[in-house]
Design a protein around this ligand. Structure first.
Ligand code: GLP
Length: 249
């Protein structure tokens, strides 16, 4: 199987290791590829990884000068300047601190009047600049990756989705009023994710233990979107003790 799990008792170590994993593509000296295309994720889980990447950048160890990035997903109905948009998240945690030119930082256009059309445009961009060399993922409590909710066929490409109630509830902690959580998003599909050269899945906290165990130990099925990762030859999982609790020894 192509999935390798590494457990971390210290969450800070996990963040540093995740930054090193991405950093191999960005090294100022001898990056893995000359023009890296990175697939990036949002959420609370990778925040520490971005902090560690910014530190590596400040230390001169990595450079974003030749990189291009594609984010997994974006809410529909939020403009990029909305503080809860994933565009704003990325500027705050990575793009602004490292001075990354926004014309090479791609996210689905959640503010477009026609989300299906925006999804097609994103798909065209991925076709033009992809494939993604290295994809970072988080995992939802219901096993989603990106915003591919349970039931999404593994063949899906970038598309507009109705968010699961569980996802809206989980993400309501970022919004003043739970009613403000968007009901739709645009996400790369599982087929896009599986086309990446290699994948790093990050999981932190007890709330992710069940989703992670199902993703790695059950037969791959759309009921647990992250289980699709078992079909990929190069997947690394970095999990803290709580998230890895149900994985067995
Ligand atoms: C969100 C995002 C996912 C993310 C997941 C977990 O809804 N769309 O890309 O991985 O849920 O988020 P967190 O890391 O905050 O738990």
């Amino acid at each position: 199987m192509g999935v390798h799990v590494r457990r971390f008792s210290d969450p800070r170590e996990l963040d540093l290791a995740a930054a090193e994993w991405v950093g191999r593509y960005l090294r100022s000296a001898e990056p893995l590829v000359p023009e890296p295309v990175l697939g990036l994720a949002t959420g609370s889980t990778p925040e520490g990884m971005y902090q560690a990447l910014v530190a590596l950048h400040r230390a001169g160890e990595i450079t974003f000068a030749r990189a291009r990035t594609f984010n997994l997903d974006e809410y529909v109905g939020l403009t990029p300047d909305h503080p809860q948009s994933y565009a704003a998240y990325m500027r705050l945690h990575l793009f602004d601190p490292v001075g990354f030119p926004l014309e090479r930082a791609h996210l689905p256009d959640g503010a477009a009047p026609d989300p299906d059309e925006a999804a097609r445009r994103y798909e065209a961009l991925l076709a033009r600049f992809g494939p993604i060399h290295a994809q970072v993922l988080g995992i939802g409590t219901n096993g989603h990756i990106g915003f591919n909710e349970p039931g999404t066929p593994f063949e899906r490409r970038t598309h507009a989705v109705d968010l699961a109630e569980e996802t809206r509830r989980a993400n309501s902690r970022f919004f003043d009023d739970p009613a403000d959580v968007p009901t739709k998003a645009i996400t790369m599909g599982i087929a896009n994710i599986l086309e990446a050269g290699e994948i790093l899945l990050l999981a932190k906290g007890a709330a992710k233990a069940q989703a992670l165990a199902r993703a790695l130990q059950e037969k791959p099925s759309p009921e647990v979107p992250a289980s699709a990762l078992q079909l990929h030859p190069r997947v690394t999982v970095y999990a803290d003790e709580e998230a890895a609790r149900l994985l067995g020894p």
